[in-house]
Design a protein around this ligand. Structure first.
Ligand SMILES: Cc1cc2nc3c(=O)[nH]c(=O)nc-3n(C[C@H](O)[C@H](O)[C@H](O)COP(=O)(O)OP(=O)(O)OC[C@H]3O[C@@H](n4cnc5c(N)ncnc54)[C@H](O)[C@@H]3O)c2cc1C
Length: 436
């Protein structure tokens, strides 16, 4: 006997058509929505959770990528820099000098940033639909264009048609559903390890800061070797935050997970939180300044560094990154090192020689075979190594500005995104403060 049908499948409601549908409200998606709306498009941003900012607010508190390691060159402007300005004006951010090799970081309050994204996105005129997961796509069989996106909500299934869809789901859910090619976790090519972050309060910040990082790492290695603490990663970052006595730790490591598999991801969530317990115990027992530390925050979910990397018109490579390559269709700049958390107890770093920077070309945001889809953020078209450099939040926001602006220009001109003149896009981005 066939399984009984689900009535919800016969009750799909249709939302008003928009010019630009942004799927995923992380760092890239928020900026894409703002840029598209400010360029005059009717925009709907759909987000599966109830907050904006993605990993940048649910897992982390530091923007990397604004400044290069070494000379601290400022390489990202535009809407991303505007965000930093608002956070600083609210006393909710400060610049942390290069403590971990990735260039100067902007450490902020994730709570203030969450509220700021609400203001900036809705203030741009974009509509936001929370608790809406982009589940599937309908495509035109002749052109491959995505005509509609299906959303799963607690009010049932909703469909929305858009001139252009910006895939900022981080995991390239739209592209994968629409049949585009991508690279993802395989046994012979694992993606980067996952991390559950945590915050502790009651830290004696001065004593904690004066304990050298090398000694902390050596202590971790000894503690792990002794067998009393299960610390798979024996380095990582624990740093002060805008709240006195509160530090955020990026230390746990869950390896060998395909983050697009819900079963593996579920096991990883539990493993990450179990590790947090171990790292907190280690800090309290052994590390100066943390004797009275108390766990006050877990990341809302485990942090996924890498899931699907789309096959775009161009694939950024390690040679492009380390060769400081320039591209005629540049839409963003990056000077971040290749920072690979592939596994083991430490992290592999490869720096761009001579303090160089490279361009991210527009073609890395254009999925092959999907004429009206643009991606931005950590699902860009790049090799595993190049991705490990280009994924910092500042670059994700810069890509978001390019994708949103492109989508809106395409809608205004009645063209597919990839038909928009790249010089027109670059001119508009420069006018809006982007650094190309
Ligand atoms: C543990 C960890 C530490 C890191 N440390 C740093 C750091 O210190 N500094 C730094 O600059 N970068 C860091 N990175 C990298 C950086 O955080 C990410 O590359 C960046 O935040 C990605 O932004 P994004 O907008 O592309 O994706 P995300 O932030 O993942 O946003 C994607 C959004 O889409 C939503 N979404 C997903 N699927 C759907 C769907 N089907 N329908 C609707 N919504 C959907 C998600 O809920 C989310 O809000 C770190 C990453 C991790 C995981």
């Amino acid at each position: 006997m066939p399984a009984p049908a689900f009535p919800v499948l016969d009750e799909i409601r249709t939302l008003p058509t928009v010019d630009v549908l942004v799927a995923g409200g992380g760092s890239a998606g928020c900026v894409a929505a703002i840029a598209a709306a400010r360029t005059g498009a009717r925009v709907l941003l759909v987000e599966r959770h109830g907050t904006l900012g993605g990993i940048g607010t649910s897992v982390l508190d530091t923007f990397y990528g604004f400044y290069t390691p070494g000379p601290n060159l400022h390489v990202v402007g535009g809407i991303a820099q505007e965000v930093v300005g608002h956070l600083t004006a609210r006393d909710a951010a400060f610049i942390r000098p290069n403590t971990y090799g990735a260039g100067g970081g902007v450490t902020y309050s994730p709570e203030v940033l969450t509220m700021l994204w609400d203001e900036l996105v809705t203030g741009s005129g974009a509509d936001v639909l929370f608790h809406a997961t982009a589940l599937d796509t309908a495509t035109d069989p002749e052109t491959g264009a995505v005509t509609d996106v299906l959303l799963a909500t607690r009010n049932g299934l909703l469909r929305v048609a858009a001139h252009t869809v910006v895939d900022t789901t981080g995991d390239a859910d739209i592209c994968a559903r629409a049949g585009a090619g991508f690279d993802s976790a395989r046994p012979d090519a694992p993606v980067q390890a996952l991390t559950t972050t945590f915050r502790v309060a009651g830290v004696d910040t001065e004593r904690a800061r004066s304990f050298p990082k090398e000694e902390l790492f050596a202590l971790m290695a000894r503690a792990a070797r002794g067998g009393d603490y299960d610390l798979p990663r024996q380095e990582g970052s624990i740093h002060r935050t805008p709240v006195e006595g509160v530090s955020l730790a990026n230390m746990t490591r869950v390896e060998g997970v395909d983050p697009t598999d819900v079963h593996q991801l579920s096991r990883a969530e539990i493993a990450g939180r179990r590790q947090v317990g171990e790292y907190v115990r280690f800090l309290r027992d052994l590390v100066p300044g943390y004797e009275k530390a108390a766990l006050v925050g877990l990341s809302a979910h485990i942090g996924v560094r890498e899931a699907r990397r789309i096959h775009g018109d161009y694939r950024l490579t390690a040679e492009d990154v380390l060769g400081a390559r320039r591209f005629p269709d540049a839409i963003a700049r990056c000077g971040a090192p290749i920072e690979d958390h592939s596994g083991g107890t430490d992290t592999l770093w490869r720096y761009i020689p001579d303090d160089g920077t490279y361009d991210i070309p527009l073609r890395c945001l254009l999925p092959v075979g999907l004429p009206n889809v643009v991606v931005a953020g950590r699902c860009l078209s790049a090799s595993h190594e190049a991705h490990a450099s280009a994924r910092s939040i500042a670059q994700c926001m810069a890509m978001g500005q390019a994708a949103g602006t492109l989508a809106a220009l395409g809608a205004a001109e009645g063209k597919a995104a990839r038909e928009v003149d790249v010089k027109t896009l670059q001119g508009r981005l420069r006018d809006d403060g982007a650094i190309l």
